[in-house]
Design a protein around this ligand. Structure first.
Ligand code: FES
Ligand code: FE2
Length: 357
């Protein structure tokens, strides 16, 4: 066993928020056709809108005229956003298309005014926004958002809670294998500690706990031959890809979790499950357990905040904190590649981890 202070991962100087990454901003069905919504992302107010043509767009939620949030305005028939204060209009790419107060002949030209636009896309029922590094606002995104690996992915159930903690603590809490018996244990949900051994391998932007038979009996609802793999991908998403057989049919269920940094001190944690439509009868199971377990994690990071106020030095130990060490190293490698304009090189190597939980 070795223990190392958090700083020993060489990640002290890594910025809190990674740039040149896609972040899951919200669920697609929270923005109606012709609707606008304000979401904080990485401390920036972002307007997320859906045109009358159904397409999503994102721009800075600050009117360049006098600072009113554009999300308080409306989407017009031509898919422009109208500011509620003086009616300036902006296209989805942020370009100002009209300043109603102009009479003509003024030196000001609407076409020269622009709100910062973000790359945005919608897939698998999720809206993703690309947060670029400074100076690369108009550059092509580096890669695409991760995809949900089920046919016709449609969110079947979700829960979302706002954690009063910085992104790193939310992410580490998610991948920490040693807390479950203490944080999630209940009289009706007994977790008997035992030694676990799992294989890990690198992925393009993260790592995977390779496919294995899950130890928790709850997986039994998905059939006798259930197997699962759990991935983590930068900046802050996790997929649990479960396979099983119900009524003789092979099924895939995906549990997707995104940690979305709203600002330096708050992180939205959203869990979404995808399953084939005919499997709807498993829904009540998630309705009961999902909010309970996520709430456990939320309360723990809020308690942790009481200690973190005093800026203590923290520790990461082998092997149970190895995923957290990898997270810090992945973050550093990504931040370096963004800062230096170099290729991202994944620092994770295949490894077997052992712990008791
Ligand atoms: S503040 Fe938006 S148009 Fe004036
Ligand atoms: Fe947990």
């Amino acid at each position: 066993m070795t223990a190392e202070p958090l700083g020993a991962t060489g990640t002290d100087a890594v910025p809190l928020f990674l740039r040149d990454c896609w972040y899951m901003a919200c669920l697609g069905d929270t923005v109606r056709t012709g609707g606008l919504k304000r979401e904080m992302l990485l401390g920036e107010p972002v307007l997320i809108g859906r045109g009358r043509d159904g397409k999503v767009f994102a721009m800075r939620d600050i009117c360049p005229h006098r600072g009113v949030p554009l999300s308080a305005g409306k989407v017009l028939a031509d898919n422009t956003v109208e500011c509620p204060y003086h009616g300036w209009r902006f296209k989805g790419d942020g370009q100002c298309s009209l300043i109603p107060s102009l009479v003509g002949g003024e030196a000001i030209e609407a076409a020269k005014i622009k709100v910062r636009a973000y790359h945005a896309c919608e897939q698998d029922g999720l809206i993703w926004v690309y947060m670029p590094a400074p100076g690369r606002e108009t550059a092509t995104p580096r890669g695409e958002p991760p995809k949900v690996d089920v046919p016709n992915p449609k969110p079947r159930w979700h829960v979302s809670q706002l954690f009063q903690c910085a992104i790193d603590h939310a992410v580490i809490g998610l991948m920490d294998p040693a807390h479950a018996p203490y944080v999630h244990g209940r009289w009706w949900w007994r977790v008997r500690m035992k030694e676990k051994q799992k294989n890990y391998a690198p992925l393009a932007n993260g790592f995977v706990m390779t496919r294995h038979k899950p130890s928790k009996p709850m997986y039994g609802i998905l059939g006798a031959d259930v197997s699962t793999e759990i991935t983590f991908e930068l900046p802050s998403v996790r997929f649990e890809n479960i396979e099983g057989t119900i009524l003789g049919r092979k099924i895939k269920v995906v549990g997707f979790t995104a940690c979305t940094p709203r600002d330096a001190d708050t992180t939205q944690v959203t869990q979404i499950f995808y399953w084939p439509a005919w499997l709807g009868f498993i829904r009540p199971f998630f309705m009961v357990l999902g909010p309970t377990f996520l709430g456990d994690d939320r309360r723990m990071v809020e308690m942790q905040k009481e200690g973190l106020k005093f800026n203590p030095s923290l520790m990461l130990i082998q092997d149970s904190d190895q995923p957290a060490i990898w997270y810090h190293r992945l973050k550093k490698a990504w931040a370096d590649s963004v800062a230096n304009g170099t290729e991202f090189v994944n620092p994770v190597k295949p490894r077997t981890l052992k712990w008791r939980s």
